[in-house]
Design a protein around this ligand. Structure first.
Ligand code: PLP
Length: 387
């Protein structure tokens, strides 16, 4: 067998682990692992647990294969699934102690910022929000001895701001803090944050990892199985935000087509961004794959040559024209969320429950895997009907 590490596309398609081992059931030879529905596992007469599994909130055997595949895709030491992306993210913060200080990006998923500045702050975290492209501002926000964690999202909702993972990791480590990255929109196909120095990667597995808008799930991957990771394991075990067995199996099925879905979405998004940038009804296209985007250079370095399936457009005529455009599409679906096979369009400021500085004329586009001409023609017709 070749000693070369397997490429992400192969790991994903085979649902393999980091050694290239496929999840074939040893009992039956089934090429897809079984779904274990048991909540509890038998203790031996000698009072031990001979299979090492006790109770499904601690150790659900159905998690093993999707966790191993995601761990291999991210090049991590261990991975954990959670009941949602929010549960995964919040577990990281809850593994800190009251009085610890965290720094998070200005551009990020608004609900997580809501949690940090609401429940997280009430519970005793010190929280600073900084513009992550300004590394001096980041350095200035560090509270020596107290800053324990820096949280970034890249590309970040909804203007696709890019953060230099390697540069922020260096600053975090110099301050004795760890770096956690919400890599939901990059996916392990485009960026592997751990290889750039991050300590923890988080995914809303609801999005690209599953890819079909039919489950809610979250995941964390760690570079090291250290004491902090053990605390996160304790948070999951004791607070119980675990995924169901059926969702875990469905997630593994979704991940098997991750590479091909992401590549097609990226190719479609790049075509759309190029065409829409020249469209008379559009003021601005926000996409890291465009040279005009402020994050283009860093994205070109850290995103494996593709720029993701998410882009936003600013429609001439303001909020009213943007909402009317979303109302006029026939091929795109008006819905929140992202990373699925079908393309979604959303007036972003209408869903955000905190002021994230999102322009009122912005439509967020999650580009799917449909024929790109259909996607473009539909948007073009909608824009022209409104203007
Ligand atoms: N991070 C990002 C970038 C997201 O877009 C979302 C959801 O929209 C989340 C985290 C939260 O994930 P979930 O909805 O699975 O809880």
């Amino acid at each position: 067998m070749s000693k070369k590490p397997l490429k992400p596309g192969t790991i994903a398609a085979q649902g393999a682990d980091r050694d290239g081992k496929r999840p074939i059931d040893p009992e039956t030879g089934a090429v897809v692992p079984p779904i274990h529905v048991a909540s509890t596992f038998e203790r031996g007469a000698d009072n031990s647990y001979p299979k090492g599994v006790v109770y499904a909130r601690d150790d659900n055997p159905t998690f093993k294969a999707p966790e191993a595949t995601l761990c291999a895709l991210e090049g991590g030491a261990d991975a954990m699934l959670f009941a949602s992306g929010m549960a995964a993210a919040v577990s990281v913060f809850q593994a800190l102690k009251a009085g610890d200080h965290v720094i998070a990006s200005k551009a990020m998923y608004y609900q997580l910022q809501n949690w940090l500045l609401g429940l997280g702050t009430d519970w005793g975290l010190g929280v600073s929000i900084v513009e992550m492209s300004d590394l001096d501002a980041l350095r200035g926000a560090i509270r020596p001895g107290a800053t324990k964690l820096i949280w970034i999202e890249t590309p970040a909702n909804p203007q696709w701001a890019i953060t230099d993972i390697a540069a922020v990791a260096k600053i975090a480590h110099e301050a004795g803090a760890i770096l956690a990255v919400d890599s939901t929109c990059a996916t392990p196909i485009l960026t592997q944050p751990l290889s750039l120095g991050a300590d923890i990667v988080m995914h809303s597995a609801t999005k690209y990892l599953n890819g079909h808008s039919d489950l809610v799930a979250g995941a964390l991957v760690t570079a090291d199985k250290d004491a902090f990771w053990e605390r996160i394991e304790t948070v999951r075990r004791q607070q119980g935000a675990v995924l169901g067995s059926f969702e875990a199996a469905q997630l593994l099925r979704g991940m098997r087509t991750l590479a091909i879905r992401v590549r097609t979405a990226c190719a479609n998004a790049q075509v759309l961004a190029d065409r829409l940038a020249a469209h008379g009804c559009i003021d601005q296209v926000l996409y890291p794959g465009l040279k005009s985007h402020t994050g283009h250079e860093i994205a070109a370095r850290q995103m494996n040559g593709s720029f993701g399936g998410m882009l936003s457009i600013r429609v001439n005529g303001g909020e009213e024209a943007a909402i009317a455009t979303a109302a006029a599409v026939k091929v795109w679906t008006r819905a929140t969320s992202l990373g699925s096979v079908e393309s979604l369009i959303e007036h972003r400021a209408s869903i955000e429950t905190r002021d994230m500085g999102t322009p009122r004329d912005l439509l967020r586009l999650s580009v799917g895997i449909e024929d790109v001409d259909d996607l473009y023609d539909d948007l073009d017709a909608a824009l022209k009907a409104v203007h």
